[in-house]
Design a binder for this molecule. Sequence first.
Ligand SMILES: Cc1cc2nc3c(=O)[nH]c(=O)nc-3n(C[C@H](O)[C@H](O)[C@H](O)COP(=O)(O)O)c2cc1C
Length: 195
Amino acid sequence: MAEKLRIKVILGSTRPNRFSEYPGRWIFEVLDKREEVEAELLDLRDYPMPFFNEAETPGYKSKPYTHESVANWTAKIAEADAYIVVSPEYSHGYSAVLKNALDYVYQEWNNKPVAFVAYGSVGGSRAVEQLRQVAIELQMVPIRNAVHIQAHWNLLDEKGALKSGSLEPYVRSAEEMLEQLLWWTKTLKRAREEA
Ligand SMILES: Cc1cc2nc3c(=O)[nH]c(=O)nc-3n(C[C@H](O)[C@H](O)[C@H](O)COP(=O)(O)O)c2cc1C
């Protein structure tokens, strides 16, 4: 049997009561149904990293950064063939904690595809457009299709829990995104192996 495609789902927010956990777990489950995929959910709460303040820049560092969470985070990113970033929209951009996590790593992101699941008043689309620009600078391939969950606050009940089945309408866009993501994952994995 062919080696599985290792895809990491990254939760892009860490605050208490965050929404990201709902779409994060949901897209993880959609992804995990694919035979050819080995999926893992990465929670930035498990990698508490200081604001980037290193003397050497990520692309040119001569030795690994020593902070334990940074080392663990970098090792996780290195393992993957592709990523799905689950992003909030903060002030028409994405979260600072996500930018910090993106900045700490360089080579380990290179030549791999990334897809986005976002939410907000306009489905987090402004955050995703910015993330695509950042992904290109990290030498990644951002996928065209994304999941945009619009006005996600309407999907929560009075206790703040996700109403049952409320992400069902997004399954089709998730599957379409995964089709593209898996095509690029296989293509770039083969190319990296041949390089
Ligand atoms: C600092 C901050 C800025 C926000 N700015 C936006 C915004 O520009 N657009 C938007 O649609 N929602 C915005 N919101 C509302 C978020 O969409 C909502 O709080 C969402 O649940 C945040 O994601 P999280 O729960 O995973 O942290 C903002 C929320 C915060 C905390």
